[in-house]
Write a protein of this length. Structure first.
Length: 64
């Protein structure tokens, strides 16, 4: 189970960073504000999932 978390956490954090970068890049180049909003909402979703996975890993790791 811990190997699953060892893979999932970096992948989720990379996803957050990529979506953040895409949102900032779109904003800086003067792209659609609607697209920037959607990317930032997606970033918040990825952050939420990442936090849930990290907290689950800490909970399971603390019990074992």
């Amino acid at each position: 189970m811990s190997s699953l978390f060892a893979v999932a956490i970096p992948v989720l954090l990379a996803g957050v960073a990529i979506v953040l970068g895409l949102g900032l890049w779109n904003l800086m180049r003067g792209g659609s504000s609607s697209r920037s909003q959607n990317l930032m909402r997606l970033r918040i979703l990825f952050q939420f999932i990442a936090i849930i996975v990290v907290m689950t890993a800490l909970y399971i790791g603390g019990r074992g």
